[in-house]
Design a protein around this ligand. Structure first.
Ligand code: ADP
Ligand code: MG
Ligand code: MG
Length: 252
């Protein structure tokens, strides 16, 4: 049983004309076995939270704490955070020309486990995970994300998730830009990941539609850099009906 604990988190971002405060005191606890949805309008700071958790250098934690099983996550480098079990699926996955998908996956797996995966089982695992996500096997030799469609990039984020098996997955708008078939494939992947009940998922989304396939235990409405309301899955249904208008007016 693992716990990711975010306490009174304040984060600023380095903009062109100096730092801007984006997060204003976020409190959130995710335990293994739980799926939390963070839902909020554009610009509310959802990606800022994801980046701050994973250690992006442009985002500065000005106060507050984040711990994983009691260990100070904010004190760790980006790769240390990955090694203790934190994974981020980015809203906009980065294209890396010159690095093949298979090379990237094996390097990441080796870095996280501290040893190279056994070749025979690894090749089999990669093939299986790619088949599950309906990714053409020839993508293994393509340059990472380079020239991939939006949907292909998102499926590759979930491919990493399945192969790296972190303790906590932060999925930043993994649903955006997906057609209905891809949405189902991606959702099935996330559900396979969390099926054993030993993983924590923080699902960041702008739309409610992915929550038809991935059932959250907790829903947090995120507005103006903090959580404005919390509830169960029923809160997502209310958002589906009414949108964010009730919150946006009050948050200025
Ligand atoms: P969301 O993911 O909810 O759409 P973001 O975290 O991307 O929100 O952005 C929150 C706010 O912070 C926005 O007003 C955005 O313009 C600003 N912001 C985020 N990152 C940067 C950055 N690197 N430089 C300047 N402003 C930023
Ligand atoms: Mg957004
Ligand atoms: Mg975002």
């Amino acid at each position: 049983m693992s716990t990711l604990e975010i306490r009174d988190l304040h984060v600023s971002v380095e903009a062109d004309n100096g730092p801007v405060q984006i997060l204003h005191g976020v409190n959130l606890t995710v335990s293994s076995g739980e799926t939390h949805a963070i839902m909020g309008p554009n610009g509310s700071g959802k990606s800022t939270l994801a980046y701050a958790l994973s250690g992006h250098p442009k985002y500065t934690v000005t106060s507050g704490t984040v711990t994983l099983d009691g260990e100070d996550l904010l004190d760790m480098s980006v790769d240390e955070r990955a090694r203790v079990g934190l994974f981020l699926a980015m809203q906009y996955p980065v294209e890396v020309p010159g690095v093949s998908v298979s090379n990237f996956l094996r390097t990441a797996k080796t870095a996280i486990d501290g040893e190279a995966p056994k070749l025979r089982t690894w090749v089999k695992d990669v093939k299986q995970a790619m088949a599950d996500l309906r990714i053409d096997p020839e993508f293994a030799e393509r340059d990472l994300n380079t020239g991939f469609s939006g949907g292909e990039k998102k499926r590759h984020e979930i491919l990493q998730l399945e192969l790296l098996q972190p303790k906590f997955a932060v999925l930043d708008e993994t649903d955006s830009g997906l057609d209905i078939d891809a949405l189902r494939i991606v959702s099935d992947g996330v559900n396979r990941f969390s099926a054993n009940g030993d993983k924590g998922v923080l699902l960041i989304t702008h739309y409610t539609r992915i929550l038809r396939y991935i059932k959250p235990d907790h829903v947090h409405v995120f507005v103006g850099g903090k959580i404005a309301e919390e509830g169960g899955a029923e809160l997502a249904e209310k958002l589906e009906e009414k949108g964010y208008v009730d919150y946006v007016g009050a948050s200025a």
